[in-house]
Design a protein around this ligand. Structure first.
Ligand SMILES: Nc1ncnc2c1ncn2[C@@H]1O[C@H](COP(=O)(O)OP(=O)(O)OP(=O)(O)O)[C@@H](O)[C@H]1O
Ligand SMILES: [Mg+2]
Length: 425
């Protein structure tokens, strides 16, 4: 099988790492890929304009690609899968219409309301006055969300009315997120513990993965501003077997069924961000792709052939695919550039990568690196995802941190408490 993978972050490195383990994958092209992916056997990083959807399909045709896997949400929301489908090319990832589950929070809330899928109460607002009146009526805490894609920054969990009103002004008045803020979703504040449950689906069959938990805040103890994710672990014990079953039966399966009923079948990875409180589980959000950094801990636990599973999703045969999970745990510690998520310097040489990977159960996923004059240097805020697999969370965590200590670059920092919620239990 010849596979094309779109993307070049930590998530895509994890996808590539698992894809090349498939004996059926003869060649993997990654566009643009990254220096970590370039070291994988069978993997070649290529330059493709990822905004040119037809151009990507041309390339897939030229290279006789059997399966294209789309990492990030933007090309899916832009309609990459539709172009591939029209041209008869197998693709893993939802159509533009189905990607609205992530691309429009209003769309996803309305779908959940229509099909009785458990989620927070909400109101969709088209103008500032309606939004502000709703905040005055409901009070705080309340959650203000830009409808469209805002690179993970379009949500304000407002603990006071003033914060909520200010967020509305910024999003709608000052157009902080452009067109993404033309509509807002105002939402009831939910208490509880969050977890991410991802699933493979071909539009009919739904196969949940292992639940993961990430750490969005930049500092230990979940303090400081939000980031793209400072670390993650799986399985997340907050998601008990019963809750996972509940989430599958009450959320994942009904959503996939609803999308098919609406005439916009959903195929690819369905990411459910969930809020758990006691024995209740509710949807915080859906994403139309794998999570970053959740992928870095979920895929190492997959006991199966990722390429075959993805091809089965793309071709509607997931009911026949074999998907199993190792009875182990994985922990990923993100090493970041000093200053992130605010401004930070780039171009710092990274040392110790090979030493860290001397442990056979450690993988260092590259998220923000590049090659310069034969050296690997930093090129982003989140630089590396140092991942270890072991029998349990505690052992995996110790191993991940041992590997982190072998890696160095100027002004690096990382959280020291990844998986603390699991260990506290
Ligand atoms: N109704 C809610 N109650 C409490 N917290 C919430 C609620 N909605 C969102 N949050 C918090 O805000 C975070 C971001 O919200 P959401 O996942 O909808 O945004 P997003 O920008 O799409 O995130 P991502 O970048 O992970 O896709 C959630 O992870 C959660 O911590
Ligand atoms: Mg989202």
């Amino acid at each position: 099988m010849r596979v094309l993978l779109i993307g070049g972050g930590g998530r895509e490195h994890a996808l590539a790492w698992k894809l090349v383990q498939s004996p059926n994958v003869e060649k993997l092209y990654a566009a643009p890929g990254n220096p970590g992916m370039a070291l994988l056997k069978k993997c070649e990083c290529i330059n493709l304009n990822v905004d040119d959807l037809e151009g990507i399909a041309d390339y897939a045709e030229e290279k006789s690609i059997d399966l294209t896997v789309v990492g990030p949400e933007a090309p899916l929301v832009a309609g990459l899968a539709d172009v591939f489908k029209r041209r008869g090319l197998p693709v893993f990832g939802p159509s533009k219409a189905a990607a609205q589950l992530e691309g429009s929070k209003a769309f996803s809330k309305e779908l959940m309301a229509k099909y009785n899928i458990p989620t927070a109460f909400f109101k969709i607002c088209e103008d500032i006055d309606t939004a502000k009146a709703y905040v005055e009526e409901k009070g705080a805490p309340i959650v203000v969300k830009a409808d469209g894609l805002a690179a993970g920054k379009g949500v304000v969990v407002a603990m006071t009315k003033e914060e909520a009103l200010e967020a509305i002004d910024e999003m709608m008045g000052d157009h902080k997120f452009g067109a993404a803020g033309a509509r807002l979703v105002l939402e009831e504040y939910m208490e509880g513990e969050e977890a991410s449950l991802l699933a493979f689906t071909d539009g009919k069959t739904v196969v949940p993965m292992i639940a993961a938990q990430d750490h969005k805040r930049v500092f230990d103890g979940d303090e400081g501003p939000n980031t793209g994710g400072m670390g993650t672990y799986a399985p997340a014990p907050v998601m008990t077997d019963i809750l996972r079953l509940k989430a599958t039966e009450l959320i994942l399966k009904p959503v996939v069924e609803a999308m098919a009923k609406e005439g916009t079948p959903y195929q690819g990875c369905l990411y459910a961000g969930l809020m758990i409180k006691g024995d209740s589980v509710k949807v915080v959000e859906f994403n139309c792709r794998f999570g970053d950094p959740e992928t870095q801990v979920v895929l190492p636990l997959l006991d199966g052939d990722l390429a075959e599973i993805m091809l089965a999703c793309a071709t509607g045969t997931l009911d026949k695919a074999e998907v199993a999970w190792h009875d182990k745990a994985a922990v990923c510690v993100v090493m970041a550039s000093g200053g992130y998520p605010e401004s930070y310097e780039k171009g710092k040489e990274i040392t110790g990568l090979a030493a860290a990977e001397e442990d056979k159960d450690v993988v260092v996923f590259h998220a923000g690196t590049k090659e310069a004059e034969g050296k690997i240097v930093t090129s982003g805020g989140r630089v590396l995802g140092v991942t270890a697999v072991d029998a349990n969370i505690k052992a995996a965590r110790d191993r991940a941190y041992a590997a982190v200590e072998k890696i160095a670059f100027e002004k690096n920092f990382y959280r020291k408490d990844i998986a603390w919620r699991a260990l506290k239990r």
